[in-house]
Design a protein around this ligand. Sequence first.
Ligand SMILES: Cc1ncc(C[n+]2csc(CCOP(=O)(O)OP(=O)(O)O)c2C)c(N)n1
Length: 361
Amino acid sequence: MFKPERKVIEFNEILKRKEKSNVLFFNYDNEAFMNTGIQESGGTPSFASTTTGPAGEKIPGKIGVKQDLVTPFAFYGTKSLFLATTNPAYPADFMGKVADALKSNGSSFIQSYSSCMRGWRHGAKDAFKISKLATDCGYWPLYTIRVKDGIPKFSYYRGLTIDKDKFVEYLKSMGKFKHLFKPKFMEKKIDEIIFYTQQRNEKLISLIRQFGTEKEIDFYKVDRKRLQPQQHLHPGHGLCPGCGAGMVLNQMATAATAVAGNNIIYVNNTSCVEVSTAKDNVISWKVPWVHHLFESGATIAEAISVTKKILKSKGLYKNEIPYVIHIGGDGSTYDIGFQFLKAAMIRTSSFVEMNEYLNQK
Ligand SMILES: Cc1ncc(C[n+]2csc(CCOP(=O)(O)OP(=O)(O)O)c2C)c(N)n1
């Protein structure tokens, strides 16, 4: 029997922990290569219309499924790793997971839902409503995987049950799925998207059953009234109005400020977040921030983290090792850049953890 029980995880308790991640690799998934013109990626869901897979007479949008990026990382054989999905429509879960990720040994990878009003074609004011619906209809489940000494433990928060009515409402709310409803109602295609989503959720439930923790439900408790506003970004940026990545950045930086103060370095792959927070030579970041090539930001984040550790082990670096967050879109995470990310994540979660000179926290 699947009898989930709730485990309360207090944000303030996370902050007291000694554990510390080497790098938090963070993917905001807006489900296409957005800043270069809405091209299809491995993160694009079935039958979504993009500029490289436009819905029309020949094809009904993307032919293929949205790839599962997160769960395979649990089985690559790392020593210590924290993996999670987030959605800014659930801020306590989001900020709790970012703090947990930064306060877990090894490295961490978070994949966040990140709505895109321009690419998905919906009104700016609907961003939050659509984001919440994504989890509530079962499309974007929120789960966590903690790998300790090589064994993954799966748990979840919500979003594993498909609500068909809400799912249809979700699809209907965006122009990228409009062709499934007009000029004719493509019920078979809608059922197919729901079927594949259901299969993905059933795999997750099986993994929770097989590799579950004692209490499957992670409930992050955050006293938001006592949380300080984020200190890592200036108010100005060039993201579109209602951009999901804006919510993502705000919540990520709020949690990161609580954990790291200003002792943090961000590394950004080329993406909407990068171009919108670094216009010409004016940047939105108040803390060190590095833009590297589209595909190799993960390696740079790893290099920064490991270099500081090597210098420290040689007595050449006196300060506390900074936290490092690497940010990439889905194009640079699922597709171009995947090999860099995978290798950097495995090295920082096994090699660094097992190296007695580098694993001091
Ligand atoms: C090797 C390489 N190929 C292509 C590009 C052009 N390019 C820059 S950003 C980008 C799309 C980024 O998409 P994604 O990672 O999903 O981020 P988003 O724009 O959606 O935020 C592309 C194709 C590049 N900079 N380098």
